[in-house]
Design a protein around this ligand. Structure first.
Ligand code: URA
Length: 253
């Protein structure tokens, strides 16, 4: 096929205009380019001239991500945006938001370019400390945070009152949250001391841990996230410090 019959465009910029769109069918992505019509795209795929991340694809439904490198023959039509993943030891007194008019945000702690492209995978409250994951990969962060994937979020909790023996069974059975009209998924409580425990939950409802202890009128005095799914807070990171995730850590999620 001679696709040069269509106006050549020197450097193609593929638009991922909808920030929620994290993937697109390969045929749609190619037909969005000014140089290919739909018929030409079908033929390119049949002739196995299209590759995504180095692998030839012929299925028009094949999903392409903004991070994928897409080539037609030897020509790169999408370079693929670099995917970025960071682990931060969140200190007390900063907001898990990308911008805040009053308080420092967790993004202020990152010395990285294009910070506006990053988002937080599972926020923590202002005074909660511990593991915070920050990325530009929406699919990855959804896998970590969606209750359907059942990845545990593990917190160390310190409370005002003694933690009763009955808490564990109540948390395991689930608590009704009237505001959301739902019952929380089974959570596991391990007592570490009279007023200290490790709690593992698989959701991240608003103030979830505080509300669970609030059911027993027991105020949470300190809350620290130790782990999210397979990822544990690096003990070498002091509060306020961060590092890029290692490739194996990214793949574990
Ligand atoms: N649950 C809470 O109540 N606060 C957090 O920051 C995280 C979980």
């Amino acid at each position: 096929m001679n696709y040069a019959t269509r106006p050549a465009c020197a450097r193609v910029v593929l638009r991922w205009t909808n920030s929620c769109a994290t993937q697109m069918r390969v045929d749609r992505l190619l037909s969005n380019l000014p140089r290919f019509n739909r018929k030409q795209v079908r033929l390119l795929l049949v002739e196995r001239r299209v590759s995504v991340d180095g692998v030839a694809v012929s299925d028009p439904h094949h999903d392409v991500r903004e991070f994928s490198r897409v080539c037609v023959d030897d020509e790169v039509v999408q370079t693929g945006k670099p995917a970025r993943y960071f682990m931060l030891h969140k200190p007390r007194g900063c907001v898990s938001a990308t911008a805040d008019p009053q308080h420092p945000t967790v993004l202020d702690l990152l010395d990285e370019p294009d910070k506006h492209q990053l988002h937080i995978a599972g926020r923590l409250d202002f005074n909660t400390t511990g593991l915070l994951l920050i990325t530009n990969d929406g699919q990855w962060s959804r896998r970590l945070t969606q209750p359907t994937t059942k990845l545990p979020k593990v917190y160390r909790v310190e409370t005002e009152q003694v933690i009763g023996d009955e808490y564990a069974a109540t948390f395991k059975a689930g608590l009704y949250f009237a505001f959301e009209d739902l019952t929380t998924q089974p959570a596991e409580l391990e007592l570490l001391g009279p007023k200290t425990a490790r709690l593992s939950i698989i959701e991240g409802r608003y103030h979830q841990v505080k509300r669970m202890f609030g059911h027993f009128d027991n105020k949470v005095l300190a809350l620290h996230r130790e782990r999210m799914g397979p990822l544990e807070l690096d003990s070498a990171l002091a509060p306020g410090e961060y590092r890029a995730l290692h490739p194996q850590e990214i793949q574990q999620v």
